[in-house]
Design a protein around this ligand. Structure first.
Ligand SMILES: [Zn+2]
Length: 247
C-alpha cells in the first residue's frame, strides 16, 4: 500500500514543529528549573552586588595561605560565587562553569591574585587579562596540570592588570606559590560585555602533546576542591562563605 506523499509530508512537518516546540520549552523552562535545583549561586551573587554591606559575611579570606593539608592556595580573597560545574546563569546545565569565580571587594586593579602553587607561567601573546601556570599534579605525581587565571584587565580592555613581570608572550617562566600574578578586573574579552569584578580560576588538563586543553569545556578541567581543601564543587552545596574543610 502507498500512503499519499502529501499526507506524509504534512505529518513530518507537524512532528518537526512539535519537536522544536518541546526543545524550546525545555531550554526556556526545564533547564533553568533544573539548574535552580542544583545551584543557588545567583542568589548570593545578586546580594554581593546589590548590598555591599553583605560582603564581609560572604567573603573567604585566607591571605594567600593554604587550607590545612591542601597543596594549592586560594589565589585571591573574596566571595567564591560561581562554583565548579555550576549551572547558574549565565551558565546552563548543558554548559556549566569550569572553574571558580572569586569576587573581590575593592576597585578594579587593586585586589591581588596569587599563584596557587609553584610552576611555570605562560601568557600567550594575545592574552590581555590571562595567565596560565603549568604544574606537576601534587595529587597525581607525574601528571601535568595547569592553573588558569583570567579577567585581569580594565572594563574597557585598555589596561591589563597582569603583573609587569609577565608581559604578553611570556613562556614557561618559573613562579613560586603566592607570587603576585596581577589584580582582579572586569574584562571579559573582545566584544563581550564587561562583568562584575572577579578572578576566574580553574584547573586544566593537558592534551597528548602536553599543552593545556580548552579551558571552556568542563571535561577538560578538574574539581579544584581537593587542591584547595575546600568544597567548591557545586554538587557539594557548601554553605557560603565557603571555608576550609575541617574533616
Ligand atoms: Zn568564571
Amino acid at each position: 500500500m502507498k500512503l499519499p506523499s502529501r499526507r506524509i509530508f504534512t505529518l513530518l512537518v507537524a512532528l518537526a514543529a512539535l519537536g522544536l516546540f518541546l526543545a524550546l520549552v525545555a531550554y526556556r523552562f526545564l533547564l533553568p528549573a533544573l539548574s535552580d535545583q542544583i545551584s543557588d549561586s545567583n542568589r548570593p551573587i545578586y546580594q554581593w552586588f546589590t548590598d555591599p554591606a553583605s560582603r564581609p559575611s560572604l567573603t573567604t579570606r585566607l591571605n594567600a595561605t593554604a587550607c590545612p593539608g591542601a597543596p594549592f592556595i586560594l589565589p585571591s580573597d573574596g566571595f567564591i560565587g560561581l562554583l565548579w560545574n555550576d549551572p547558574a546563569a549565565p551558565y546552563t546545565v548543558l554548559a556549566t562553569h569550569t572553574g571558580i569565580d572569586i569576587f573581590g571587594d575593592g576597585a578594579p586593579g587593586t585586589v591581588p591574585v596569587h599563584a596557587a602553587a609553584d610552576g611555570w607561567l605562560t601568557r600567550l601573546p594575545e592574552w590581555l587579562s590571562t595567565v596560565i601556570i603549568r604544574h606537576d599534579d601534587p595529587l597525581q605525581p607525574g601528571r601535568t596540570i595547569w592553573t588558569y587565571y583570567t579577567h585581569m584587565a580594565s572594563r574597557d580592555g585598555t589596561q591589563s592588570f597582569v603583573a609587569p613581570a609577565f608581559p604578553a608572550g611570556t613562556s614557561e617562566r618559573p613562579v613560586k606559590q603566592g607570587e603576585l600574578l596581577g589584580y582582579q578586573g572586569e574584562y571579559a574579552g573582545v566584544g563581550r560585555a564587561a562583568i562584575g569584578l572577579h578572578i576566574h580560576f580553574s584547573i586544566v588538563l593537558s592534551d597528548e602533546a602536553g599543552f593545556f586543553r580548552n579551558e571552556t569545556q568542563i571535561g577538560n578541567t578538574l574539581d579544584p576542591s581537593p587542591y584547595l581543601g575546600m568544597r567548591v564543587n557545586v554538587l557539594d552545596r557548601a554553605p557560603r562563605p565557603i571555608a576550609c574543610e575541617t574533616s
